[in-house]
Design a protein around this ligand. Structure first.
Ligand code: ADP
Length: 313
């Protein structure tokens, strides 16, 4: 079993809602790790329950190259804390896309996008929806491997038939800029397709080099979505039954201007995949596995290999 004494804490690299993350060195091997710490005497009793769920989910997802690997768990009585031990990854996609010194070619974007979709297909195949896909949660190794991280908001889902009877889900998940319209409208029954919307936002962001739907409030967020992707048809508003539909229905319908917005920076097959992922109708987004079969990945220029991606400083 791993022990806290076996690690030297180097510095804090992240502060989340219920945990802090440290870079640390495993003394026996010299290897760098990320330690995610949750105090079990925390003022927020929910935090232990969240961590238990995160552990359960990480174990269920074990063994995929595009999902961050949980190496072990340490309980430390002296610091009243539980530590999750992860392999340490040097970069995340938020840092890389916002770095003016880093540029992405289409083969590089295709390589990252393929890895993201492979990771998501694995999660969804194992009954896990991530519910917080964004560039900051996509870690990148020095060898160019992309790994989906932070399963702190993830949840298990029950496929199709059982879902009508399933307990209602919270619509307060997914960071605002990456949150799909059905959640903004208050849906409490939703599907892994929420992650595909977020993946679409990441895809567009890699081309635009900035977040593409940066709303400051929920109202502003849904209006930014409608302005870019168009607004739903009349019968949607009549039938939706979604909690916030009446509040968010625009005065007049918006047409989609996704093509105009990205035609200059994305090739045709990329635009088509983007339009699929950013479908207002969750069912029209398809699945992560179907997205991997899109023409985009079969058409030159092909994705480069992770190992040939640039090694960032
Ligand atoms: P929270 O759920 O508390 O937000 P995260 O798992 O997202 O925690 O981690 C917070 C931050 O810590 C991340 O944004 C990232 O900067 C850093 N981090 C997390 N895991 C790793 C890792 N395996 N390697 C390197 N940095 C990491």
């Amino acid at each position: 079993p791993l022990r806290a004494e076996g690690f030297e804490k180097l510095e804090k690299v992240g502060q989340g809602t219920y945990s802090s993350v440290f870079r640390a060195r495993e003394l026996a091997t010299g290897r760098l790790v990320a330690l995610k710490k949750v105090r079990f005497d925390s003022v927020e009793p929910e935090s232990v329950r969240f961590m238990a769920r995160e552990i359960l989910i990480l174990r269920r997802l074990r063994g995929h190259p595009n999902v961050v690997a949980l190496d072990g768990i340490i309980t430390s009585r002296s610091s009243s804390a539980i530590y999750l031990v992860f392999e340490y990854l040097d970069h995340d996609l938020a840092g890389l896309t916002s770095d003016p010194d880093v540029s992405f070619s289409e083969p590089q974007i295709k390589c990252y996008m393929r890895q993201l979709l492979e990771g998501l297909a694995h999660c969804h195949g194992r009954g896990v929806m991530h519910r917080d896909i964004k560039c900051a949660n996509l870690l990148v190794s020095s060898g160019g491997e992309l790994k989906v991280a932070d399963f702190g908001l993830a949840n298990l889902f029950t496929p199709s038939a059982a879902s009508a009877a399933a307990a209602p889900l919270t619509s307060r998940v997914v960071t605002l800029w990456y949150r799909p319209p059905e959640l903004l409208l208050g849906a409490t029954a939703y599907e892994p397709s929420v992650d595909l919307w977020s993946a679409g936002c990441v895809f567009a962001e890699m081309h635009a080099r900035r977040p593409v739907l940066p709303g400051r409030t929920e109202v502003e967020q849904i209006h930014k979505i409608f302005k870019l992707c168009g607004s739903p048809p009349d019968d949607f508003w009549r039938r939706s039954g979604l909690a916030h539909a009446a509040v968010f229905r625009p005065q007049q319908p918006y047409p989609s201007r996704l093509r105009e917005a990205f035609a200059g920076s994305m090739p045709e097959h990329a635009l088509r995949l983007l339009a699929t992922l950013l479908s207002l109708d969750p069912a029209a987004r398809g699945t992560a596995a179907a997205a991997l079969d899109a023409e985009y990945f079969a058409t030159p220029p092909h994705a480069c290999e992770p190992a040939s991606l640039p090694r960032y400083a």
